[in-house]
Design a protein around this ligand. Structure first.
Ligand SMILES: C=C(O[C@@H]1C=C(C(=O)O)C=C[C@H]1O)C(=O)O
Length: 280
């Protein structure tokens, strides 16, 4: 069998799961392929990755091509700190304005559309743009950033005292629905999983164990995150307590609520059921 190609989102949100693999604390002889979420989504759907964390909305767009690994996600219960809308005006005053959305995200762009349509009841014009706060804010009145880009931009706003409002979409989603929000799922290619069921179960277990090992040494994660991003320690300590990787019933309910709104907004074509490896 060819070496496993495993995707890794190049943001801090993945560190708890990949730290143990990067450090060899858990042996993994496949290949780690790093990138922003939209690159991993594309590589996976083109058949160039066996497993990857992918934007949760992509599962709903291609349920026939993938299976969800159990017990893993990238999620938060309310405030998430890395999915942020920066704006010149309060969100409810953005009617008719242009909002730039990062080309690195799929899920959060849909989440923003859902929130504007169903929660804020405001119509805005969305334009994709590379993730750079200054350029984005020069082109419009709002900028959606995710991951480390969002966290760095937030620091820039604080340190330079920029006159921008910052809306946390995880918090907005919680205020709107009362639910948790699942941003990413670990997906495995359906053809691969069906042809190699034992390897699939072993890979699911390996990733779950890696996360257990990673989370068991939070100080090491924080030090590594600091070296990688230069973000202040209190920001990192806060982030690793609010970013979650669980996928129990309450997370699944939050995800299905999100899919329902995406369906109502015409973003996905049908209501999806979650096909989770090892569960029938
Ligand atoms: C919480 C996050 O989760 C993610 C958001 C994604 C998206 O919006 O498509 C995809 C993968 C994750 O990186 C984040 O990036 O900040």
């Amino acid at each position: 069998m060819a070496a496993i190609r495993l995707g890794q989102v190049e943001y801090l949100n993945c560190l708890p799961v990949y730290h143990a693999l990067e450090e060899g604390l858990i042996p993994f002889d496949g290949e780690l392929v790093k990138g922003p979420p939209t690159s991993l989504n594309r590589l996976f759907l083109e058949g160039n990755l066996h497993i990857t964390p992918a934007s949760s909305i992509e599962y709903a767009r291609h349920p026939d091509r993938c299976i969800i690994l159990p017990r893993l996600s990238i999620a938060a219960d309310g405030r998430v700190a890395s999915i942020l809308l920066f704006s010149h005006l309060p969100v409810t005053e953005l009617e008719g304005r242009k909002v730039l959305v990062t080309t690195s995200s799929a899920t959060s762009v849909v989440l923003l559309r859902v929130l504007f349509e169903h929660y804020y009841h405001v119509e805005v014009e969305f334009c994709p743009a590379p993730p750079d706060l200054t350029t984005m804010m020069a082109m419009g009145d709002g900028a959606l950033l995710i991951g480390d880009d969002a966290m760095q931009a937030h620091q820039q706003v604080i340190q330079q005292g920029l006159p921008l409002l910052v809306t946390d979409l995880g918090q907005a989603w919680k205020d709107f629905t009362g639910e948790k929000m699942v941003y990413a799922l670990w997906l495995i290619r359906r053809d691969f999983a069906e042809a190699h069921p034992e390897e699939t179960t072993a890979l699911a277990e390996l990733l779950f164990q890696a996360r257990q090992v990673g989370m068991a040494d939070l100080p090491a994660l924080i030090q590594k995150a600091r070296r990688r991003t230069g973000l202040p320690l209190p920001v990192l300590e806060d982030y690793f307590t609010i970013i979650r990787h669980d996928f129990d019933e309450s997370y699944r309910r939050g995800l299905l609520t999100f899919y329902d709104y995406a369906y109502k907004s015409g973003i996905i074509e049908e209501r999806v059921r979650l096909d989770i490896w090892g569960e029938k």
